[in-house]
Ligand binder design. Sequence first.
Ligand SMILES: Cc1ncc(C[n+]2csc(CCO)c2C)c(N)n1
Length: 222
Amino acid sequence: MPFSERIRKSADPIWKASHEHPFVQGIGHGTLDIESFKFFMAQDYKYLIEYSRVMAMGTALAPDLETMSGFAEALDDTLNMEMDLHRSYAERLGISREELEATVPGPVTLAYSSYMMAEAQKGSIAELIAAILPCAWSYYEIGLELAKIPGATEHEQYGEWVRMYASDEFGEIGYWLIRKLDELAEGKTEAELDRLEEIFLNTSRYEYMFWDMAYKREKWPV
Ligand SMILES: Cc1ncc(C[n+]2csc(CCO)c2C)c(N)n1
């Protein structure tokens, strides 16, 4: 069994909880409170800045040109395609560019992005990929699931979001990371694989927490 299949299986209960979360279902059915969506997009914008730094580290740590170029491409897609979605939604929803950039990261956003960065700084490309993979892979799965709901891709507010994450272009980034991790997993000891699985499970949990904090518009308690 490829390593990606093993970790996807063990993360299944967490991923199911994310798919069923009222925030995710609310996007698909067009019923999500727009204030929660605005909150999410602003927090996500800050998250994506940190995610981009991790991908830049992946570019620097890459052992060969093919891997380097894959990371550089994914980095470009995040900064210039995915974050464009956030910038255009923000404009439409009345959030200025300054406001977007000045968003204070909430507790989950900060914890999630700091954890990814900490794993990336340990220096192994496999750990870095294990940390960022749930992000790219789970959004594609969610995008595809939501796109099956009648009317979801055409919804006035959330249709564009669903179309972007269900797109082949986003799928490709996820599949590329999966292939890389499977290649890197070959020849690793069971203890090393367990460690990669633990990282993958942790960022899968953070993905769930991110949906939940956006739904509740969670702020710092003091
Ligand atoms: C919390 C959070 N998790 C995942 C994504 C989705 N995402 C982030 S980077 C990337 C890969 C290509 O750029 C994808 C699909 C997000 N936006 N926010």
